[in-house]
Design a protein around this ligand. Structure first.
Ligand SMILES: [Zn+2]
Length: 166
């Protein structure tokens, strides 16, 4: 069993994804144990977690004869990967514009606010990874300034004279 991954349904309800199957919150049992049932109503697979929802206490994950819910999961992965690339290629483009552009290409109605935040974070991290590490002292700051190849808007070199550098 893979570790449960969290997702929100289109109605904003919490969903767990395990091995490509989706389980939805069913009810709280004694001792605050939470029971999650497979989103396929005919299926008897379930999961019990502690109240945090992250620690699995018991599981019976035999999904008899039904397909995995890979579509929703794949859609998110495809969008995330494409965004990471675009974020670096089009470094000045607004994040929301990049996301809207991706969503136009893919027909889906299961994305929600959590997904949007996740996309924004992917863009941020992809761009952040292109920049030097945050300087931690004044010497670092000058080293970073010297190492950056800064160009004008028209892609021309210009002289940056870091007179305060050591
Ligand atoms: Zn099932």
């Amino acid at each position: 069993m893979s570790l449960p991954e969290n997702m929100l349904s289109q109605h904003g309800k919490e969903i767990k994804i395990i091995d490509g199957y989706k389980l939805r919150f069913h009810k709280i049992l004694n001792n605050n144990v939470i029971r999650w049932n497979c989103t396929n109503k005919k299926c008897k697979a379930y999961l019990k977690t502690d109240e945090s929802g992250d620690t699995v206490i018991e599981n019976k994950l035999d999904h008899n004869d039904h397909e995995k819910d890979v579509h929703d999961i794949m859609v998110r992965q495809v969008i995330r990967n494409s965004l990471k690339r675009k974020a670096q290629d089009e470094i000045c483009e607004r994040p929301l514009k990049l996301i809207h552009h991706e969503l136009k290409k893919i027909n889906t109605d299961t994305l929600n606010k959590t997904d949007m935040n996740c996309f924004l974070k992917s863009i941020y991290l992809a761009r952040r990874s292109k920049l030097p590490a945050r300087p931690c002292n004044i010497q670092n700051v000058h080293e970073v300034l010297d190492s950056l190849e800064i160009k004008t808007y028209d892609d021309e070199q210009f002289l940056i004279n870091n007179i305060f550098g050591v």
